[in-house]
Design a protein. Structure first.
Length: 190
């Protein structure tokens, strides 16, 4: 399989199922941002941290490939005329969301309660988590926008929402584990 096909040289690309769309189509923006998020999570995973977090991040990266495949498939191309699924891709399930919730709950057990927003930073690894969280929120916004135009699997949006929460709590947990300073945002009176 060649890396370059030249089929996109005029600014279009093919979705799963063969439909060609402009490369700035909301569907492409949605799954492209999920791909960007996946790369940021790979960068987090490459940092020194607890093996358990790395294993969870690998699972998340796998699920993000699934999210990307779902977003790359227009609804009219999901099912063949004979009623069978066009692609044999897994789906996001409630269990994927529950895993994130369970991980959040477990990490929060050792963290002080939130009383203020916190400023991103304190350690490079923590900053990478905050960048990934922001990219995740953008992927979520784009997926919501796509859903306004064409129906999208609601669990994709729910997964991205919970994943951004997970990345925020992971940033806080890593701050704690790395003894990094967590600076509270206290609005200045003006």
């Amino acid at each position: 399989m060649k890396v370059y096909t030249k089929t996109g040289d005029k600014g279009t690309t093919a979705l799963f199922g063969g439909t060609r769309v402009p490369k700035d189509h909301i569907r492409i923006e949605s799954y492209g941002t999920v791909d960007e998020l996946n790369s940021h999570i790979g960068l987090i995973r490459d940092q020194e941290m607890n093996t358990h977090y790395k294993e969870i991040l690998i699972q998340i990266q796998d699920r993000l490939f699934t999210v990307g495949a779902i977003l790359a498939t227009p609804p009219e191309k999901e099912i063949l005329k004979n009623g069978k699924p066009r692609l044999n891709i897994p789906k996001i399930i409630e269990g994927d969301i529950e895993l994130l919730e369970n991980e959040i709950d477990e990490m929060e057990k050792s963290l002080p309660p939130m009383t203020h927003f916190v400023l991103p930073g304190g350690h490079t690894t923590v900053s990478y988590c905050h960048i990934a969280r922001c990219v995740c929120r953008r992927a979520e916004r784009l997926s919501v926008h796509l859903n306004d135009i064409e129906p999208t699997d609601e669990l994709v949006i729910k997964y991205l929402n919970r994943l951004s929460d997970y990345l925020f709590v992971l940033a806080r947990k890593l701050s704690h584990d790395l003894n990094a300073e967590e600076i509270k945002w206290i609005p200045q009176k003006g």
